[in-house]
Write a protein that binds this ligand. Structure first.
Ligand SMILES: [Zn+2]
Ligand SMILES: [Zn+2]
Length: 579
């Protein structure tokens, strides 16, 4: 019986397959085959005829699926060998040659060929020469200016690719905080100008400074709710405006969902509170009050009524900070002006685009910082022009020279040392000890199980030369998951070895994740907000780092780069002498 049912099912699936097999999927398969042949440097003549056949099949005025081999062969631009491939595809659902090529191509590389503006030739360079294996890594590489180095790519191509990927990323409706920020600010200014007397503020995950935003919520309080609603509904401030109850929804050009809540002015703060915290947080606060006020004159009052100190929007995640608000022991959150320097940065010595001197002057004169930590890539990072021992020594000489010139401003000699597969660092001890500080990061062989990754990191943390653990999971938000780590073990090891953990401030990373900041702080671990700047403007990412750090509840007393120049010199000195 089972055999019979399975046969029937197979027959059904097959028939169904034939029926839905219009020309488009056939053409798409042939095109993929030609692209893969090109990627793997196949016979140029065959590649061309396959690509041509794909084009022809796509434009056929009849269904190819119903045709015999002989009929297919006669189609202009198809020919014998392609007709055989089509027949094979129609009979078996695939093509053996295609399967073979797919088997030796990482899935992410295949995906990259679908990005507008890069054909197989460029993908081959990206994959083989730059070691990039998926769209997420490619996007990151564009942002780090790494494509410009490769042959056949210029600044313009890099920018086109970056935009094409950004467009694709938008299709899943989620955005990085940094991608939302400029338009969000523009929109709220527009709304404020429409209602100069009204109360207008962000709410939702954007107000909570979440690293990923899937909806922008704005609350508008006005004296006449109906007028406000009608005005906004007929405005053109967002696309595809729809209405639902007192909500006006629509989207940004890039596809981000926008939700504007119109409310009478006297209910504004109650609504703002409800729309800001996540569900668990709002519930936890409200459950502490017997009588709710639906017309509070500010948000503070809602917390006061609940017997809590005011909890800032970024901390309104679940119940983490409720207890501490109840005992009036909330952290004094770190703020941007608390930062005194920027550690972990790249220059033209490796893959950065500004010189050490340009980076220093920017920090000193524009950002008014006291020090800069240079951490170019170490020798194993060949794709990023990692420094040989000889070049390390040359760079250190340059830094000595600049330090004499810079009049009180200090450049620290650091390195971003690759953590090798076995957890060791990338230079012998006699070189490692020449640095003022060392950021140890994983950049290669990212596919590891949790145990391997954790052991690898801990080995690096236990190295006496490691000062800071760089981007602990290697994640690229919305693009690439990090390797899995046992956070507690890694953080415990940092505590035991007095290793600082980086909050990589790049909006794609924000790694260490804010959800682990409290655990790290409880264990006595210091955190450092590192821009990982590859150009002058990259230092500004520290603003995003600050937001993530505040979300994690970080205060300045435990932030490494909030130390003054003298303090951090002492800190590095103590670490180097083993405390
Ligand atoms: Zn790195
Ligand atoms: Zn770096």
């Amino acid at each position: 019986m089972i055999g019979k049912a399975a046969q029937l099912w197979a027959a059904f699936v097959f028939l169904h397959f034939i029926l839905i097999m219009e020309n488009k999927p056939i053409a798409r398969t042939l095109r993929l085959l030609s692209q893969l042949m090109e990627l793997h440097e196949g016979n140029p003549f065959k590649i061309k005829s396959m690509a041509n056949a794909a084009f022809k099949v796509d434009k056929l005025p009849f269904r190819a699926a119903g045709k015999t081999f002989e009929e297919l062969e006669k189609i202009d631009g198809v020919g014998k060998s392609t007709a055989a491939k089509i027949t094979e595809l129609l009979n078996t659902g695939t093509i053996a040659e295609l399967e073979e090529l797919l088997a030796k191509t990482p899935a992410g590389v295949v995906e990259m060929m679908g990005i507008k503006g890069i054909g197989p030739k460029k993908v081959a360079i990206i994959w083989r020469e730059l070691g990039i294996e998926n769209t997420g890594e490619l996007f990151y590489a564009c942002n780090e200016n790494r494509l410009v180095e490769a042959k056949g790519f210029g600044l313009k191509t890099q920018e086109d690719i970056r935009k094409a990927i950004e467009f694709r990323m938008a299709s899943n409706g989620k955005f990085l905080y940094a991608q939302v920020l400029p338009e969000a600010n523009e929109l709220i200014e527009q709304i404020k100008s429409i209602f100069p007397q009204g109360l207008v503020d962000f709410a939702g995950d954007f107000r909570r400074c979440c690293e990923i935003i899937d909806k922008l919520i704005i609350v508008v309080g006005s004296r006449d709710q109906e007028i406000a609603f009608n005005t906004l509904q007929h405005s053109e401030i967002i696309h595809n405006i729809r209405t639902e109850g007192n909500h006006i929804t629509g989207e940004f050009k890039n596809g981000l969902q926008v939700d504007i809540v119109c409310i009478e002015k006297r209910h504004f703060y109650a609504e703002l509170f409800t729309q800001t915290g996540d569900g668990a947080h709002v519930q936890a606060v409200l459950s502490r009050t017997a009588e709710t006020t639906d017309q509070p004159e500010d948000e503070e009052l809602i917390y006061t009524k609940a017997g809590l100190a005011f909890i800032k929007p970024e901390l309104r995640e679940g119940t983490i900070f409720i207890e501490r608000a109840a005992s009036n022991a909330l952290p004094q959150l770190i703020a941007y002006p608390d930062l005194k320097g920027a550690l972990h940065n790249h220059s033209t010595w490796s893959d950065g685009i500004n010189t050490v001197e340009e980076m220093s002057l920017y920090c000193r004169d524009e950002l008014k910082l006291e020090y800069l930590g240079m951490c170019d890539h170490s020798k194993s990072a060949f794709y990023a022009k990692g420094l040989s021992i000889e070049r390390v020594l040359q760079q250190q000489e340059e830094i000595d020279h600049l330090n004499k010139k810079l009049n009180g401003f200090r450049i620290f000699k650091g390195i971003e040392s690759d953590i090798l597969y076995d957890g060791s660092l990338d230079y012998p001890d006699e070189i490692l000890k020449r640095f003022d500080f060392i950021v140890a990061s994983v950049h290669s062989i990212l596919k590891m199980d949790e145990e391997k990754a954790t052991t690898r990191l801990i080995k690096a943390i236990e190295n006496p030369y490691t000062t800071i653990l760089g981007h602990p999971t290697g994640r690229l938000l919305l693009s690439r998951n990090g390797y899995p780590i046992n956070y507690k073990k890694v953080i415990d090891a940092c505590a035991a070895n007095h290793v600082v953990i980086e909050i990589n401030a790049n909006p794609f990373r924000l790694d260490l994740d804010w959800r682990w900041h409290q655990y790290a702080l409880e264990k006595g671990v210091w955190l450092s907000i590192n821009p990982d700047a590859h150009r002058k403007e990259g230092f500004l990412d520290m603003h995003y780092g600050i937001l993530a750090a505040r979300k994690g509840g970080l205060y300045k007393e435990r932030c490494l780069n909030a130390l003054t120049l003298q303090e951090i010199m002492d800190f590095f000195g103590r670490k180097k002498s083993g405390h």
